[in-house]
Design a protein around this ligand. Sequence first.
Ligand SMILES: Nc1ncnc2c1ncn2[C@@H]1O[C@H](COP(=O)(O)OP(=O)(O)OP(=O)(O)O)[C@@H](O)[C@H]1O
Ligand SMILES: [Mg+2]
Length: 236
Amino acid sequence: MMKAMIVIDNLNKHFKSGDDIFKVLKGINLQINSGECIVLKGVSGSGKTTLLSIIGGLDRPSSGKVLVEGESISKLPDLHISHFRARKIGMIFQHFNLFDHLTAAENVMIPLIPTGLDMHEVNHKVEVSLKLANIFHKANSAAGRLSGGEKQRVAIARALASNPAIILCDEPTANLDRNNSLKFIDILSQLHEMGKTIVVATHDPLFDTLPFESKIIPMEDGSLVDTFSKDTLAES
Ligand SMILES: Nc1ncnc2c1ncn2[C@@H]1O[C@H](COP(=O)(O)OP(=O)(O)OP(=O)(O)O)[C@@H](O)[C@H]1O
Ligand SMILES: [Mg+2]
């Protein structure tokens, strides 16, 4: 039996500017099962980042809801959302979002602070995730001094620090060369094998042929494209 990890139910998001309403997400429905890897593909402006932000509880829907393991995150108060995020969700962004003056290890430590673990446990988790992301050898380097690929691996380690069940990646390879992009995909394979639920938003063609099972869902103008019905139409 497939277990639903994330359920997106009739999700809409609009932004108001003056009298205009700009609809960014339009009636999105999607079930993502535990351990699945979903690749959201779509041109710039199709709403990928907005959707990931709402799944991750960084932004709220205008209507509709997102359930994570049956719990409606959009209904939680802010403080609960940050706790929920710290426990369940790791996020990897296009621009890494690291603190350049802190070391790699300190960057990875940050999301563990609200968990109230003791220092010994925190250090252990930091070490485990730096090793998993293949960047332990740079643990004590300032993040600002690392190469793009190395920064990305620190960002991966940070996303893994609290051992979340869900990993959200927004254009994770946009600032990487091909070699580092392939390394990123290797780490993603390992996370998939560990049973993580993964959602990637990208327009990188490397994600069309991942070395593990994944589901590509095209996004167009704020909607998910139903590939199944498109195929059926083409055949009839
Ligand atoms: N806070 C905001 N206020 C107003 N409009 C916004 C806001 N955030 C996003 N938008 C608009 O929503 C649309 C979708 O943006 P989004 O960042 O989700 O697209 P995307 O698919 O991630 O694009 P890209 O591939 O360029 O990252 C864009 O047209 C954007 O201008
Ligand atoms: Mg985006």
